[in-house]
Write a protein that binds this ligand. Structure first.
Ligand code: SAH
Length: 513
């Protein structure tokens, strides 16, 4: 390799073994990255990302990938040469590099300079577009930037001109006459300058303006004003970047509230505390209602100390009448042992299956197994109730966690059943909270904490102590509420159906009324 313009380049005829992908991460909402962008991130060995990029988008890269964050003033502090060199060296070393940029890489993304460096170093590259802030702001506020009656063109304009570098200065006379919507990027701190210039060139003072801050993020906000008042609005409301500023008649012809901010849980910050493996579906459900979801598992799921009792039970299932599952974790851990023992689901043929609730039944269904019994109320008492009648003389295998309630075993035994319990997983308290989450709670920045079991309630008490009172506690069931109260914490809402859906519904009901 020899140096070319100070950058590494292979002198032999060999092609560069790696590649650089310029990928648009979208404006904020992690769902707005393209499938192609996700595909690139999944292959990445090195990811260089801008500060505006949502951390949730970074999660598509494998854990082995090296992640380099370029801070707020990246182009000023880490010099552009160093960024280019990093990408070029990595590509020549055979790595797949993703240069992840906010919005679209080709719109005010300073990509042209980087692409030129990559190209002249003989490194192959591709560009993956993203949703740019202007169109995202249009969609997430409901302000259509083109309109059959009011706007036949759109101009994307920077509020930060670089007079020093060759580009011609903005022609405000032309912009003032522009027959359509003008969208200013990077125009917050420079608003006085560009709005004055437009007014001076004859753009009407009453031209409607929308300042859209952090569009598509869970704290999106929109401010309406006019061209004459845009600078004073920014000062009065203390609006900070990033924001795009839409200038034009279209702003006056859209509803004041958008579908995005009208979603019922918009603006609510909710902490989900389930074990890491079970967070996703519940977090998605809350996010779909518009909530900002933070995650702090209060317990984690681990293998039991000893598999022998489970393995032994699996080896002689014909000795039981019922196998009773009290959690989805129990189902998964128990059934996933079968192949390790050289067996399959046919081992379950002799027994009936009971599930404590729909989540547990669903876990069985994922194995194509139908629960013979799901009680009407999703709690141990109701399950016991449903089984006691046939308990005398019957043999029950209860598949459970290392800790949990004894009520089911006790009732079945008292009713004359033969009960055996096996521990299919341990539920362990998480020792330390994430410091950012702890700080957010302490500062009152978390609205809700979801409490989805008694074990979680107890662990939360240990993790956060008195700070737990700084958020509203959403309890999944009367049992969980009881545990919370015994620890000195009053739940704000309690689910009437003891499921994740039921808990989301309880939060919704309390927010909407
Ligand atoms: N390549 C980006 C723009 C980068 S320049 C894109 O295509 O969107 C940075 C400017 O983009 C910010 O100053 C702001 O004007 C705008 N911007 C980026 N993300 C934004 C967001 N979520 N909401 C509003 N404006 C945003």
């Amino acid at each position: 390799m020899r140096q070319h313009n100070g950058l590494p380049r292979n002198s032999s005829a060999q092609p560069c073994p790696g590649k650089v992908f310029f990928v648009g991460a979208g404006p904020g909402d992690p769902g707005l990255v393209t499938l192609r962008g996700v595909h690139c991130l999944r292959q990445a060995d090195l990811v260089l990302y801008d500060y505006l990029v949502n951390a949730l988008v970074l999660r598509h890269s494998p854990p082995s990938a090296e992640m380099v964050g370029l801070g707020h003033h990246a182009t000023k502090t880490i010099d552009q040469e160093a960024i280019n060199r990093l990408m070029i060296e990595a590509a020549w070393a055979g790595k797949t590099v993703v240069r992840l940029k906010g919005g679209d890489p080709m719109v005010f993304g300073r990509s042209a300079e980087e692409i030129q460096a990559i190209e002249s170093a003989g490194v192959p590259f591709e560009i993956v577009p993203g949703v740019t802030a202007a169109t995202a702001a249009a969609a997430y506020t409901g302000i259509s930037i083109t309109h059959a009656d009011y706007s036949s063109a759109v101009a994307l304009v920077t509020g930060q001109e670089r007079h020093s570098k060759g580009a011609p200065p903005l022609d405000y006379a032309a912009l003032a006459r522009f027959p359509g919507t003008v969208v200013f990027y990077m125009g917050v701190t420079s608003a006085a300058r560009w709005s004055q210039a437009m007014l001076r060139e004859g753009k009407p003072a009453e031209t409607p303006v929308a300042i859209v801050r952090r569009c598509s993020w869970t704290d999106q906000s929109t401010y309406r004003c006019t061209l004459a008042t845009v600078a004073e609005t920014i000062a009065a409301e203390n609006i900070r970047p990033p924001a795009v500023i839409l200038v034009g008649e279209v702003v006056a012809h859209a509803g004041r509230d958008s579908w995005f901010t009208q979603r019922p849980l918009f603006g609510q910050r909710i902490l989900v505390t389930r074990p890491r493996q079970q967070v996703e579906a519940f977090a998605d459900l809350l996010a779909d209602y518009g909530a900002e979801v933070l995650v702090q598992p209060a317990i984690e799921i681990a293998d039991p100390h000893d598999w022998t009792p489970v393995d032994r039970a699996l080896g002689r299932l014909d000795e039981y009448d019922w196998v009773v599952f009290s959690s989805a974790n129990g189902v998964n851990r128990f059934l996933d042992r079968l192949p390790r023992l050289g067996r399959d689901l046919r081992a379950l043929a002799p027994v009936k299956l009971a599930a404590i609730g729909p989540g547990t039944a669903e876990a069985l269904a994922a194995y194509r197994l139908r629960a013979d019994l799901v009680p009407e109320q999703y709690r141990a008492e109701a399950l016991a109730e449903a089984l006691v009648e046939q308990a005398p003389g019957r043999r029950f295998l209860l598949v459970r966690a290392s800790r949990g309630r004894e009520v089911l075993a006790e009732r079945l035994a008292a009713a004359g059943g033969a009960v055996e319990q096996v521990v299919a997983y341990q539920s362990l308290d998480v020792a330390q909270p994430d410091p950012d989450i702890a700080a957010a709670l302490r500062d009152g920045r978390i609205d809700w904490i979801t409490v989805t079991s008694s074990a979680i309630a107890k662990s939360l008490g240990r993790l956060f102590g008195d700070d737990l009172r700084r958020a509203k506690l959403a309890s999944i069931s009367p049992i969980t509420s009881e545990t919370l109260r015994s620890l000195g914490y009053a739940p704000a809402v309690e689910a009437t159906e003891y499921t994740m859906n039921g808990l989301a519904a309880a939060i919704l009901a309390s927010v909407v009324t």
